[in-house]
Design a protein around this ligand. Sequence first.
Ligand code: ATP
Ligand code: MG
Ligand code: FE
Length: 356
Amino acid sequence: IRVLGIETSCDETAASVVALEAGKKPVILSSTVFSQIEEHAAFGGVVPEIAARAHVEALDGIVEAALEDSGLSLADIDAVAATAGPGLVGGLIVGLMTAKAIAASSGKPLIAINHLEGHALTARLTDGLEFPYLLLLVSGGHTQIVLVRGVGDYQRWATTIDDALGEAFDKTAKMLALPYPGGPNVEKAAQSGDATRFVFPRPMKGSAQPDFSFSGLKTSVRQAATSVAPLSDQDVADICASFQTAVTDTLGDRVKRALARFRAEYSHVATPALVVAGGVAANKQIRACLEALCAENGFSFIAPPMWLCTDNAAMIAWAGIERLRAGLAEPDAFDFVPRSRWPLDSVSAPVVGSGR
Ligand code: ATP
Ligand code: MG
Ligand code: FE
């Protein structure tokens, strides 16, 4: 099975070809990602209109490049898979419409993919992981713990009740006048900071409710920043270190709770695993905390390479292959309308369209 994947849900324009031959490991034949970070940097965040326009301008060339790199032509492709949600609707329209046009003109099936399903299944592409397992998704738009039971079979165990974790990093950076994207810059500043100087809250830590919350932390960061203004480099470093430690602490508490629940409900699983995805998974302090937690609780810690943790189209092509292989076919994805909101729990209904 060879699938062309297209991803345009946020600020990456991406295309990829992934192949699976019976009895063999899947192969990523090509993966082209154009990041729009520079276009949005001046605004300190992703601007939807700019993103949509940039997708329009870049996508055709990106798809061509992905096909060329793969050494295949459209005729060799079995299906076209595109992200149909959740995300910024302008970008989703560009990607899904382009995919529909390619599929219709070449007579291939079209598969509408939930972006989160792409993240959820990546560990099977990279590590051949067996179901069930736990996924921690920490990106600019999502903070979730998901039980991955099978293709199209997901259960969200925790989500954020306000900001996403990446968003909290980005907002903290903005308040401290650090450049966008905030995450890597906060992490860098934190290296020379004193994490004990500011005591920030650990939202939801110890709560019986499994969810995350980060907006209160943001308020505390703002208060700390105004209380010591004008900010010296050391002040900025200390705030970043204190923030990162608070975030790691509360994230660790939430994950620990989920590991315990998995243990209780899936005691028959001999080798339980936690998979991380999303840009925040690059953070070394957070990663170290998760690794230690997994080791303590007998879970294997699976972190796909960073370029497959952040937004890419290989994961979308792969999700398409998983759906085709599982025989999850539905009459007509050509009618599928992009969904800005599309919870992963509700994707069980498979969406595959026949070519015409
Ligand atoms: P989506 O949420 O739709 O999947 P996204 O583009 O917002 O997409 P990613 O591209 O996966 O998400 O990740 C970007 C986020 O990760 C940004 O919020 C960024 O600040 C954060 N990030 C990246 N590197 C680090 C780091 N080293 N430490 C903390 N956060 C980081
Ligand atoms: Mg991104
Ligand atoms: Fe993503």
